[in-house]
Design a protein around this ligand. Structure first.
Ligand SMILES: [Zn+2]
Length: 310
């Protein structure tokens, strides 16, 4: 959509869950930042082609390489083979060698169509996407290798999953022990120093300083992190539910045996089990996590299949 908060040459294709937003910078060399989930890749190509009109896509860039932010990249590369593809610098080699473990697809049990990358987004550098010059900043916390993009002239921040309007993403650096909750709040402090006028998040609509929404987002995110610091087990519980729900949004419907097999093979779940309830066995813990998803209607089941719910 064209948002009144944004310059006319920028479009945010706001997407429903599973897919991240796709942020389009028009100009002589149009760019898109984040490409959604593999499940929606064909739709992403169609939506983007409409926004671009006759112009070819010149650049594909990513705030980070979670499967809901880079799953459409392969399809975009097929549709616009001359486009250059940019990823956070520390991810470049992992993409070029398609290291599914380092790219977290193995750990999360998620899928992503393989793609290639040519260019690195290096924190400290500035890059031109569309008509705008964007500062690249490291944005660890939600994802260790994530970056964010800041355009100082109009005060635009492309935050990825480092900042949302009304909730906080899973803090994967706390789960893997590489950074903890403080990395996330350090990134919030960086955003506060940048003092954006508009935040374009990875999920949800852009929100502004003038409306008070940015201040409110800082306050609620910090409150949530303080809660998690005091109750880290609750973060693990939340993360486990998110990971399972996310996967079922992709599967939509899966035989019981397939659901069980995915639960038992997903490497992150035993880590979350230890962080949440090491006092119970893994199978018992899985029941503790999964049963409320059914009783609340987030998942459904019949005799043969488990299905995504509301
Ligand atoms: Zn993410």
């Amino acid at each position: 959509m064209a948002s009144s908060l944004l310059p006319a040459d920028m479009h945010v294709m706001e997407r429903g869950w599973l897919s991240s937003n796709n942020i389009v910078c028009l100009g002589d060399a149009p760019a898109v930042i984040d490409t959604g989930h593999t499940k929606h890749a064909a739709q992403t190509v169609t939506l983007l082609a409409k926004v671009l009109g006759d112009q070819p896509l010149a650049t594909i860039a990513h705030t980070h390489l979670h499967s809901d932010h880079c799953g459409g990249t392969a399809a975009l590369q097929a549709a616009w083979p001359d486009a250059s593809t940019w990823v956070p610098v520390e991810s470049l080699l992992y993409v070029q060698t398609w290291n599914k473990d380092a790219l977290t697809f193995d750990g999360t049990g998620q899928r992503c169509d393989p793609f290639t990358a040519s260019d690195a987004l290096i924190p400290g550098n500035t890059v031109r996407f569309g008509n705008h010059h964007w500062e690249i900043h490291a944005a660890p916390g939600h994802d260790a290798l994530a970056i964010l993009l800041f355009e100082p002239e109009h005060g635009l921040l492309i935050s990825g999953d480092a900042m949302w309007e009304s909730s906080v993403g899973v803090i994967f650096q706390h789960i893997d022990g590489s950074g903890g909750f403080d990395t996330f709040t350090d990134t919030l402090a960086l955003i506060e120093r940048l003092s954006p006028r508009v935040v374009i998040p990875g999920h949800g609509a852009p929100f502004s300083r003038d409306s008070g929404a940015i201040d409110a987002a800082f306050a609620s995110a910090r409150k949530r992190i303080e809660y998690y610091k005091d109750h880290p087990a609750q973060h693990a519980l939340h993360a486990a539910k998110v990971m399972i729900k996310y996967q079922m949004m992709d599967f939509e419907s899966v035989p019981h045996a397939g659901f069980e097999a995915w639960l038992n093979a997903m490497p992150l779940l035993p880590v979350l089990h230890k962080q949440h309830r090491p006092d119970v066995g893994f199978g018992e813990w899985l029941d503790l996590i999964v049963e409320p998803l059914f009783s609340k209607g987030m998942l459904r089941r019949n005799e043969t299949h488990v299905m995504n719910g509301d």
